[in-house]
Design a protein around this ligand. Structure first.
Ligand code: CA
Length: 234
């Protein structure tokens, strides 16, 4: 199961895609223009984007370039043009795979599964040896060691997981249900669980919800970790 963003201006194709993907157990959001797609990926995190090349507002390769400027999310291009040169160019420009229209549901599912396998494998690789640095935070997922401005943070297992997960995608608003799924391995739960751990984590980071530095809660949307803004000295 994945969270999928469908970018498609054709109403019929779009509803068919949404139906098939939902039936396959995926969570789907959909938009009809490239600019809406950019807004979506800037605010929410997806596992995969299916990008129609013939959009009303931006040329497909332009849309892809702008998406890539914001996110590393896997992108599957859907194109009516069976133009090999164009497809190769888009793959080189950062697309992960492509589908030529019309495509079958089975074909679509297989491509999504393949892209997810690859991106999850990369994420696991990347998570192991490297230290994640965001502002003054340094998090070593392998050694389960976290520091803030050179001082060791004494975190519980859950606080560490939460911090490491958010720091792994700095500046990205992570929806609460995704936090529950990834950090708590629960498909549902009450928001209080997250709020309580966030407030403990905040205290250890020396900040509060009212005066956030690293951890930002967007009401009804999710949580974001980003480097603190430099405050004007009082
Ligand atoms: Ca189109």
């Amino acid at each position: 199961m994945a969270s999928v963003l469908v970018v498609e201006d054709d109403q019929f194709v779009r509803s068919a895609l949404i139906r098939h993907l939902t039936d396959a157990g995926h969570t789907v959001r959909s938009v009809g223009t490239a600019l809406e797609a950019l807004r979506e990926v800037a605010h929410l995190s997806f596992d995969v984007v299916i990008l129609d090349l013939g959009l009303p507002d931006l040329d497909g390769s332009e849309a892809l370039k702008m998406l890539r400027g914001i996110t590393d999310v896997p992108v599957i291009i859907a194109t009516a043009r069976d133009d090999e040169t164009e497809i190769v160019r888009l793959l080189n420009a950062g697309a992960d795979d492509y589908l030529t229209k019309p495509f079958s549901v089975e074909h679509l599912s297989a491509r999504i599964a393949a892209v997810l396998r690859r991106s999850r494998a990369v994420a696991t690789d990347a998570a192991s040896p490297t230290v994640i640095r965001v502002g003054g935070l340094a998090i070593d997922p392998l050694r389960r060691h976290a520091e803030l401005d050179g001082m060791r943070l004494d975190l519980t297992r859950r606080e560490f997981d939460l911090l490491a997960f958010l720091a792994g995608r700095p500046g990205v608003v992570v929806p609460r249900r995704e936090l529950l799924a990834e950090v708590w391995q629960q498909s549902y739960g009450d928001d209080q669980t997250i709020d309580v751990h966030l407030s403990w984590l905040r205290r250890k980071l020396g900040e509060t919800a009212a005066r956030p530095r690293y951890l930002h809660t967007l009401r009804g949307v999710g949580v974001k970790l980003e480097p603190p803004r430099t405050e004007p000295s009082a």
